[in-house]
Design a protein around this ligand. Structure first.
Ligand SMILES: *Cc1c(COP(=O)(O)O)cnc(C)c1O
Length: 395
């Protein structure tokens, strides 16, 4: 019924850059240095639509344009609606704004005790350690500060962030994000993770990064040694579409997991990218093939200029419903809406509960059939006829 995936169908190789020495291609610094960051760079390789051309000219005031050669290769240059293209090439829609849109859609600026720390939940913090990424997602929820196109002038102070965490014993979980933490040098990451590990109440450390997807070359043996040394370090990557699952990403995930880094994936539900049950099914199956556990599926935040990319959340519910029970439970992410203004992540689920009374919970299973699970409160408990007297058992 569903086509079986094959690694033979996954992208590999240097694509448009066949003559670059493998040594350079596989070097993350070469990839960064050769990023496509201007209209002219893109137009040297492909024909842009008028919509995209306008978007590229406007990007410098909103969120920088940058695409690694590796990721650019995943674009279908013949298809103006290519789902990879929609994620990283700006469109004129970024210049528009809808009344419900915001520059800080999940209210991070209101829960910022020191620069770089967002403390919204009681036991965990988001620690923003850089404002730079290897490539920029056009729906970035933190575009107000990321890439500094809007002159936010983010200057992360590692020491004040660390000090805040040291002084708050309730913080047991630290999530490094940004920007992309894996753009920091090995030396800085080693230092940062070492300092966090020295804080006795910090039990859980994770890194949110799209580097394995944009720049898998960054996952080097040296970096993996750092994760091993300070482990367990968990990682959340960000894959949206099955075409992003390449041999290079698979190799990067393998190195990370061999170094003891459990990996989850956070996708954003995006219009004409992955708001489709078959695409999502293919994506999550590929993630499992790479040892990656789908974690969250996010409804796109109400970031200014994102209307052209936001999908209908009802589609998200429908997708989850089409997966639950129909495929491996491990592959199904939790669909969430990060509540506008700062309420945190709210799970959004298909309705399986028909009714709860004092007697029973009445539910529908994955194929729509109704079942009833009786509750203890309503149960009529009696001794069965052939059972021994309770008193004889209790002595
Ligand atoms: C998403 C988020 C976290 C982590 O939430 P989990 O549900 O534990 O993954 C922590 N802090 C902030 C501010 C967040 O937005």
């Amino acid at each position: 019924m569903y086509p079986i995936d094959s690694l033979d169908n996954w992208h590999r190789g240097q694509g448009l850059w066949p003559d670059v020495a493998a040594e350079d291609w596989n070097n993350w610094k070469w990839q960064l240095k050769n990023r496509l960051t201007k209209l002219e760079h893109l137009e040297a390789h492909m024909q842009l639509t008028a919509d995209e051309r306008v978007g590229c000219l406007f990007a410098k005031d909103k969120l920088a344009l940058a695409i690694t050669p590796y990721f650019f290769n995943l674009i279908d240059r013949e298809d103006p609606d290519c789902p990879i293209r929609r994620q990283v090439i700006p469109r004129a829609g970024e210049m528009l704004t809808a009344p419900e849109e915001m520059l800080d859609p999940v209210g991070e600026e209101n829960t910022k005790p020191v620069d770089g720390i967002v403390h919204r939940y009681p036991d965990r913090v988001l620690f923003l350690v850089t404002d730079r990424c290897a490539a920029y997602c056009r729906y970035c929820t933190r575009s107000r500060l990321v890439s500094n196109a809007q002159d936010y002038n983010f200057h992360p102070e590692f020491e004040s962030g660390l000090q805040y965490i040291r002084e708050h014993p309730e913080i047991r979980d630290v999530l490094l994000s940004g920007g992309d933490p894996l753009l920091l040098s090995d030396r800085k990451l080693d230092h940062l993770l070492g300092e966090l590990r020295q804080i006795p109440h910090v039990e859980f450390i994770r890194i949110g990064s799209r580097i394995p997807v944009f720049l898998p070359q960054r996952i080097t043996p040296e970096l993996c040694e750092i994760f091993k040394k300070h482990g367990p370090i968990w990682m959340s990557i960000h894959v949206n579409h099955p075409s992003e699952c390449t041999h290079a990403l698979r190799d990067a995930c393998e190195q990370l997991t061999y170094a003891g880094v459990p990996i989850g994936n956070q996708s954003v539900l995006l219009r004409q990218v992955n708001d489709d049950a078959e695409i999502m099914r293919s994506l999550i199956h590929r993630l499992l093939m790479m040892r990656v556990r789908p974690y969250y599926l996010y409804q796109c935040d109400l970031i200014t200029g994102s209307a052209h990319l936001r999908a209908d959340p009802r589609k998200g519910i429908e997708i989850i419903q089409s997966l639950r029970g129909h495929t491996t439970g491990y592959s199904i992410p939790q669909f969430v809406i990060d509540a506008p203004g700062g309420g945190g992540k709210v799970p959004i689920n298909p309705e399986y509960i028909k009714e709860i009374t004092d007697e029973a919970i009445v539910m529908r299973n994955f194929s729509g059939d109704e079942y009833r699970y009786p509750l203890v409160a309503g149960a009529k408990v009696e001794k069965s006829a052939d059972a021994p007297e309770l008193e004889t058992l209790l002595v």
